[in-house]
Design a protein around this ligand. Structure first.
Ligand code: ADP
Length: 457
């Protein structure tokens, strides 16, 4: 159900409950008051009549009957019956015998002093009247036509007020909820306009600090992130296809040239070697792209187990040294690492080795003496590993961009590479809850610092 309808129903519900409770209590108290007032009138009427009959000698039952029947002050359809102690009727205006009084009731009145009840639409009050010598029971009955019609009128008024109150509450609730939700409807229609192809659009935000303005700002921030991620993905795909296409074009070109005419065996062999190099290169690039995709998937995080980083460093060193006979990798372990446990991290062996190989390979590749120095330290719960090399260094404009996939330093373009290594390193480090930093001075060298949290830190 729409929020507007829900809010309106809620509002109408609350108003209905309040109106109902107040109407019921008004009716209840008015009805009680009417009844009490009417019984008071019955009581005083009965008492006055009994007094006249019993205490005023000149007044006998017959005279009193005449007085009573002509009395304009009488209550509506008033009946008065007076009994003596022997239950004999001394006075009775109830000629049609409408009010039936049993001897049991008379005893009850004598016992309790006063009894009230209703019969045939009459409200009846039986009360004791005592003079110096005798005890009498006075029954006074009448219909409160006026009071009951007033009560009925009140009931109708309350009913009309209740119904019109609900109607008014529905209307105002509907209008008010619509007004309150207008900014949300605006946001919804603005959001509707934003599609994959128009991710650059933003919601209008005003200076107010209300929830809707905050929602719009938060949504805009999310769009910023989405747009960035989307652009990165697009760039990634175009860069990846470019990286894969370049060696494929080279291979095609070489084969086409080779096939133009008959060649000597040595020419075939030379071209095939070159093609093989290109294919190996292609293979290497696609493997790294695959690794990058794997490192970005959830399964990479779930496969972690205790790993000794020093052992991985030695294995990585062996692999990198195989790549060129010129490469040199020096490994130092700081004195403070006096316990094997300090080498332990919770990690994925294969992925961590990839990080170490990339950093060592870069160190050798971008250094002037093909040498990288790897040092391990223990640093407040982390295993800190530095990779330092002298050489071309990193330009300050590139230093924040080298972590992006396919970004290559402007001074590194002469050396082999595809700009995938460091983005892989960063992603894998993040999976391991670690982080990586770099400091560098152009034409002097670079130091990469890798922090990995110790297993038992
Ligand atoms: P690639 O080495 O294939 O270019 P990387 O992602 O490994 O890709 O590195 C990105 C860029 O970072 C490199 O192009 C280079 O400019 C810079 N870089 C990385 N390591 C070093 C280093 N040890 N010394 C100087 N520059 C480096």
């Amino acid at each position: 159900m729409e929020i507007r309808k829900r809010l309106t129903f809620l509002f109408v519900g609350i108003v209905a409950i309040i109106l109902l409770l107040s109407s019921l209590s008004i009716f209840y108290f008015s009805s009680n008051y009417r009844q009490e007032d009417f019984y008071n009138r019955l009581r005083s009427k009965g008492r006055n009549t009994a007094k006249l009959l019993i205490e005023v000698e000149e007044v006998d039952a017959e005279l009193l009957l005449r007085i009573e029947l002509d009395n304009p002050e009488s209550l509506s359809e008033e009946k008065i019956i007076i009994y003596n102690f022997a239950n004999e009727i001394l006075f009775n205006t109830d000629r049609d015998n409408i009010i039936q009084i049993s001897s049991y009731l008379l005893d009850e009145i004598r016992l309790q002093g006063e009894v009230r009840f209703e019969t045939k639409g009459y409200e009846v009050l039986g009360a004791m009247y005592t003079d110096r010598y005798d005890r009498f029971v006075v029954i006074t009955a009448a219909k409160d036509t006026y009071g009951l019609s007033k009560l009925k009128n009140l009931r109708n008024i309350l009913f009309i007020v209740f119904i019109s109150g609900i109607g008014l509450a529905s209307l105002t609730g509907w209008l008010y909820a619509g007004r309150a939700l207008r900014p949300i409807s605006r946001v919804v229609s603005e959001v509707d306009r934003i599609t994959i192809s128009s991710l650059n659009l933003r919601l209008k935000t005003d200076a107010s600090e209300d929830e809707i303005a905050r929602l719009a700002t938060t949504f805009n921030k999310m769009l910023d992130r989405l747009e960035k991620a989307f652009k990165m993905q697009k760039d990634f795909i175009s860069n990846a296809s470019h990286e894969l296409r370049t060696p494929l074009t080279a291979i095609t070109g070489q084969i086409e040239v080779l096939l133009l005419k008959e060649r000597s065996t040595s020419e075939y062999s030379e071209t095939l070697h070159s093609v093989l190099d290109d294919i190996k290169n292609l293979n290497h690039t696609s493997n790294r792209l695959l690794l990058l995709a794997q490192a970005s998937s959830e399964s990479a995080i779930s496969n972690l187990r205790p790993v000794r980083v020093d052992e991985l460093i030695w294995q990585a060193r062996t692999e990198v040294l195989k790549r060129s006979s010129l490469y040199q990798i020096k490994v130092n372990v700081a004195k403070e690492i006096n316990d094997e446990n300090k080498f332990l991290v919770n990690g994925n062996e294969q992925l961590l080795k990839t990080v170490l190989i990339n950093l060592m390979d870069n160190g050798c590749k971008y250094s002037d003496n093909h040498t990288v120095e790897v040092s391990m330290y223990s640093d407040s719960g982390n295993l800190k590993t530095t990779f330092a090399n002298t050489g071309i260094g990193i330009h300050s404009d590139d230093i924040h961009l080298i972590w992006e996939p396919f970004h290559r330093g402007r001074n590194a373009l002469q050396r082999r590479g595809h700009g995938i290594g460091l983005s892989l390193v960063k992603r894998i480090t993040e999976i391991h809850d670690g982080h990586i930093e770099v400091t560098s001075e152009l034409n002097k060298g670079a130091v990469f610092i890798l922090y990995l949290p110790n297993l038992n830190a």
